[in-house]
Design a protein around this ligand. Structure first.
Ligand code: FMN
Length: 340
């Protein structure tokens, strides 16, 4: 029987349990330089002390104009490597593995003077109208992703997650609602994502797994559904993705048409559908902070890993407490054993 506290291995990534800290932007860079601060160090290392098997560092951008805000993390410069390496090394010393989510916000870059996107379509009437990227610029951005992944490998990360969800640039390319291009990147909606995957693989050790977060369902009117996301995920799988992290939405303003569930485990059916259709490992996320529920998702083989977001904002020791509630064995830092 599988449970949340069984170890999990995918390629060279060996996790002591199935609990993942979901990537969550902290908007806490100090000098708009994309460099991690003491806040990031404390925030991530305390979740390592708190027992998470894998910590996914927040959306980290490949270009200054790819940030949601000027206070996001970046990996467009070698100067951004040491502060991340310090976090990775410390998390390792507490038994956690560490990944990083590599991204570009595209039209959702709020502080960019003129955001860029596949097509000049604004997110909503309150957002800046983006400029459509030229074909050369699209190819240039693939190289930005390549360079950011190479820097992440230098920083010592154990895995990389490409951010293809939540209406950010890669999602904007594979969604027919936001990609109206006439060049090769419009004729083939997953080409941009596939080129990024291939570029990333070229910079990663052969046995390091490459993850991708996707929105498996759009909520705006006319948005794609699970059948379409199974098709595009297959293309990303063929390009080299080893595991999908299944989220949803983010592509437009939430309208009456449909909205993400607010109930527990609302995205688990999407994760299971992708897992079964592609025969690929998946990570489930979204309102899974009840340990019994998170454990059931693993036991029922709906997903291979469970990511916890807001639950870990409330409680850095979520993974230790969950183990205690579920009566599972886990390593408690010796300084804290009396607390459990
Ligand atoms: C403060 C905050 C920041 C977030 N930033 C990111 C991010 O950088 N990348 C991402 O893919 N999702 C991001 N998310 C979404 C979470 O990773 C997670 O998918 C979502 O919160 C649902 O999980 P939960 O119900 O456990 O919180 C963020 C969520 C929160 C609350």
């Amino acid at each position: 029987m599988k449970d949340l506290y069984n170890p999990y291995t995918i390629k060279s990534l060996e996790l002591k349990n199935r609990v993942v800290m979901s990537p969550m932007c902290q908007y806490s860079v100090q000098n708009k330089d994309g460099i991690a601060t003491d806040w990031h160090y404390m925030h991530y290392v305390s979740r390592a002390v708190g027992g998470a098997g894998l910590i996914m560092i927040e959306m980290t951008d490949v270009a200054p104009d790819g940030r949601i805000s000027d206070f996001d993390l970046g990996l467009w410069s070698d100067e951004q490597i040491p502060a991340l390496k310090r976090i990775v090394d410390a998390c390792h010393s507490y038994g956690a593995k560490v990944g990083i989510q590599i991204a570009h916000a595209g039209r959702k870059a709020e502080d960019a003077e003129v955001p860029v996107a596949p097509s000049a379509i604004a997110f909503d009437e309150n957002s800046k109208k983006p400029r459509a990227l030229t074909t050369e610029e699209v190819k240039g951005l693939v190289e930005n992703f390549r360079a950011a992944v190479a820097r992440a490998v230098k920083a010592g990360f154990d895995t990389i997650e490409i951010h293809g969800a939540h209406g950010y640039l890669i999602h904007q390319f594979h969604s027919p609602l936001t990609n109206k291009r006439e060049d090769e990147y419009g004729k083939d909606l997953t080409l941009f994502g596939r080129e990024i995957i291939q570029a990333a693989k070229g910079e990663m050790p052969e046995d390091m797994p490459l993850l991708m977060r996707i929105s498996a369902k759009e909520y705006v009117e006319g948005g794609y559904g699970i059948q379409e996301s199974i098709s595009f995920a297959k293309e990303y799988q063929n390009a080299g993705i080893d595991m999908f992290d299944i989220s949803s939405g983010g592509e437009g303003p939430i309208a009456a048409w449909g909205r993400p569930g607010t109930h527990a485990a609302y995205q688990v059916p999407l994760a299971k559908a992708i897992k079964e259709a592609l025969d690929i490992p998946v990570m489930a996320v979204g309102r899974l902070d009840d340990p019994i529920l998170a454990n059931a998702v693993i036991g029922n083989e709906q997903a291979d890993l469970v990511a916890v977001g807001r639950g870990m904002l409330r409680n850095p020791y979520w993974a230790l407490e969950a183990a205690s509630k579920l009566r599972k064995e886990t390593v408690i830092p010796k300084q804290y054993t009396t607390g459990f």
